[in-house]
Design a binder for this molecule. Structure first.
Ligand code: GDP
Length: 430
């Protein structure tokens, strides 16, 4: 059975924790898009970890971790990340890398950095991990698949061609040092030696695993609002963050995804630029940022302070819908226990018209939040494991979110730890 775990919002919803938790009962965990540009924070018996490229299931002995074809594969980064966890006592994980995954090269990182500098004030707030140049090359058909590393003759010829093209941009657009084809080729051969032990036809592997009835998790990175088609373009990432893409990026048929768990955060946070309708500022925002997540809302990759906001029901419902959600996991609810009142954005006002539909970016930029205020519960809810033991106002807040999302909430996360979760049988009916 294949289950996807994806985000409804701007990322950082706590997908890592939910995946790590569900991985306990899974056989295989697959990354299907993105690269090392976003991080998952996971807390378990070995300590606290920020993973970027490895799937969140690497901490269990019984799981296989798959880097799917849809991922931007930074080879030295992957090797270092594996070393980083094994150095801290985690048993060597079983990792398979798709022979169709493409390779993120150091020049992608350079181009990302140069382009952000060129755009200056109009930049996209990239993490400069090379993701946008990587996916541009993939679709321009000048990227390199892992499988291409194993044919030296055609590899050398293609490297020549690609370097020639890149050097025109380096010389005339960015005025930066040029690439040397021989050096790039040699680097690729060293990458080949590093990655060879992991390379597998992962699509066939997953096909067989599905036939054997194995439990497979597809782990998404970022959230629906960062999807290049359906998100806040152009302040988006460069690969699809939707569960539907999980099939493509893992190499399995779409019809195999039987369950979509969408992770929704009990308040909003975002990194980078772009419209953020329910954003809050000043001390109100600072306090939520300080108290948020586990030890504050700061980027797992960059350490950047995240932008903060109240729960945005319009954006979240859209995210839940676009993900094709079968069940919602609501996270970081414990963080809100300090508030007397909890505002929720339940509509957008755009040019005098109130809507509950998430619009395109040009309209989104004009949207003003319609806030509804809920009474707080003013208590610590960590440690509670039974839904009915949650304070009444807390349950009312959850049920109001469920109504807004038009989807059942089956899990409520009330702490960063692996077992800090309340399972719930929802009585929600559409
Ligand atoms: P991801 O990219 O979606 O995996 O999200 P991140 O890992 O970047 O951000 C989530 C942060 O919230 C991490 O620091 C988690 O440890 C933390 N976290 C996850 N669930 C909860 C929760 O229910 N309560 C609290 N307080 N923190 C949580």
């Amino acid at each position: 059975m294949v289950k996807a775990i994806v985000g409804a919002n701007w990322g950082d919803e706590g997908k890592g924790k939910i995946t790590d938790m569900l991985a306990e009962k899974s056989d295989i965990i697959v990354r299907f898009q993105g690269g090392s540009n976003a991080g998952h924070t996971i807390i378990n018996g070995y300590g606290k970890f920020a993973l970027h490229l490895l799937p969140s299931g690497v901490f269990y002995n019984h799981t296989t971790s798959v880097i799917g074809n849809g991922v931007a594969l930074n080879i030295p980064y992957l090797i270092n990340e594996i070393k980083g966890i094994t150095d801290r006592g985690v048993p060597t994980p079983k990792v398979l890398v798709s022979d169709r995954a493409q390779i993120l090269m150091p020049y992608h990182v350079d181009f990302d950095t140069y382009e952000e500098a060129r755009l200056a004030g109009n930049s996209f707030g990239s993490t400069k991990s090379g993701i946008a140049p990587f996916y541009s090359d993939k679709y321009a058909k000048i990227g390199f698949q892992v499988s291409e590393l194993f044919d030296e003759v055609s590899l050398k010829e293609k490297v020549q061609r690609v370097v020639e093209y890149k050097n025109v941009l380096l010389e005339h657009l960015y005025h930066k040092p040029l690439l040397d084809a021989e050096e790039v080729f040699k680097l690729m051969l060293s990458y080949r030696d590093m990655i060879e032990p992991f390379v597998t036809d992962t699509s066939s592997f997953l096909h067989d695993a599905i036939a054997q009835g194995k439990n497979i998790l597809l782990e998404g990175q970022l959230g629906a609002l960062k999807d290049p088609d359906h998100g806040i373009y152009p302040m988006v990432t460069s690969s699809s963050t939707l569960a539907a893409y999980g099939a493509i990026g893992a190499g399995i048929p779409a019809s195999e995804i039987k369950d979509v768990v969408t992770v929704v955060k009990a308040y909003s946070s975002a990194v980078g630029g772009g419209a953020f309708v329910s954003e809050i500022f000043g001390e109100e925002g600072d306090e939520l940022r300080r108290r948020g997540g586990d030890g504050g809302e700061f980027g797992a990759t960059t350490g950047r302070p995240r932008r903060m906001g109240w729960f945005d029901a319009v954006a979240s419902r859209y995210g839940v819908r676009m993900q094709g959600t079968s069940e919602v996991a609501l996270t970081v609810l414990d963080v809100l226990g300090y508030l007397d009142e909890i505002p929720m954005c339940v509509g957008y006002e755009i040019d005098g018209v109130i809507t509950k539909n998430f619009p395109t970016t040009n309209k989104l930029e004009k949207a003003k939040p319609i806030l509804k205020v809920f009474p707080g519960w003013k208590s610590e809810i960590r440690g509670i494991t039974n839904y009915n033991e949650l304070p009444e106002n807390c349950r009312k807040y959850i049920e109001a979110i469920e109504e807004e999302l038009q989807c059942q909430i089956t899990m409520v996360s009330n702490g960063p730890g692996r077992h800090e979760i309340i399972y719930r049988v929802s009585s929600f009916k559409k």
